[in-house]
Design a protein around this ligand. Structure first.
Ligand SMILES: [Fe+2]
Length: 316
């Protein structure tokens, strides 16, 4: 016959052990969330890349790529980091969208970008340039299969998109919203093809402006610019003749495994390509991990926020 007091003597320590283990797990989880929110979210990094895409003999051309700022009023660390980027004195700024994460953040965004408006710039919008974020289950980001043409949830409020784009235009930046354009900077003719956000199914590719006849043609390069790097978007840029492509949207996976391994790209791109330079049919695709997050998912893990200084160099 089992003695109830002896059972209790064995069960009680086991329960205490389980409770201790559960408490340790909760504490470890809380510490990870605290690290992801209070430290990594503001651990801004500058990544550097070099893309050999210019005609032989062309001097280097330096592009500052920023994306996914998801600005909220009062983000001083992000503002200071953006201000510091002006000291790089880039030849061009490319902004691949998702600029706002709050209805009242436009003044803060323009203040943060202020010093970068001193440089030529081009921009395309992301969904978080059009619609304010809403709370979603954070696990949805990691485990929901993301598809293009998702459409807009009807409850999302409209952001001051036109006001923001008017401010960018007034500071001399060029919108590439389903349009092609050219800029000549430091003797390099930059041919751009940009699209509205593929994540919302708003992309309508304009191709590139045909190169005009010149008695003394300038060295040139063709760049595709988009927010969300869906495969169809990258393929179309390649088919149109892009020599390099710039995109954001993925947040680099945002909550990654150790080593920065992404679990998702939030689109149909392989998560292994969610950050950095990869190839689409031999054309380099530069994808930013972004500078912010939705204000309803303010965590990053093994995936610090970043800006990227991309140097275009001569081939060979
Ligand atoms: Fe984003």
């Amino acid at each position: 016959m089992v003695n109830s007091s002896s059972v209790a003597a064995h069960v009680a320590p086991a329960l205490r052990g389980l409770a201790t283990a559960a408490g340790a797990s909760v504490a470890a989880g809380a510490a990870t969330v605290a690290y992801a929110h209070f430290y990594e979210l503001n651990n801004f990094k500058l990544r550097t890349e070099s893309l050999p895409v210019l005609p032989a003999g062309t001097p280097d051309f330096r592009i500052l790529h920023i994306s996914d700022m998801h600005m909220i009023p009062g983000q001083r660390a992000k503002t200071r980091f953006l201000h510091s980027l002006a000291s790089l004195e880039p030849d061009l700024v490319i902004n691949t969208g998702d600029n706002l994460s709050h209805m009242g953040a436009l003044p803060a965004l323009l203040e943060a970008l202020g010093p970068l408006f001193d440089f030529p710039g081009v921009y395309v919008p992301g969904s978080n340039c059009y619609y304010a974020p809403v709370f979603k289950n954070p696990a949805r980001y990691l485990f929901k299969e993301s598809t293009a043409d998702e459409g807009i949830e009807p409850e999302r409020a409209e952001l001051p998109t036109q006001q923001m784009h008017d401010a960018f235009d007034a500071r001399g930046w060029t919108g590439l919203i389903n349009r092609a354009d050219t800029l000549t900077i430091n003797g390099l003719r930059l041919e751009f093809s940009g699209v509205d956000d593929p994540h919302l199914g708003l992309d309508d590719h304009p191709g590139f402006v045909p190169t005009a006849f010149d008695a003394e043609p300038a060295p040139s390069v063709r760049l595709g610019v988009c927010h969300a790097p869906y495969i169809r978007t990258l393929d179309r840029f390649v088919a149109d003749g892009a020599q390099a492509i710039f995109a954001g949207h993925t947040h680099g996976g945002q909550v990654c495994l150790p080593g920065g391994h992404a679990l998702t790209s939030n689109c149909d791109l392989d998560p292994a390509r969610a950050k950095g330079v990869s190839l689409q049919s031999d054309v380099p695709v530069q994808i930013s991990a972004g500078l912010g997050t939705s204000r309803f998912a303010p965590v990053r893990l093994f995936c610090p926020p970043e800006a990227i200084l991309v140097t275009l160099t001569a081939k060979g």
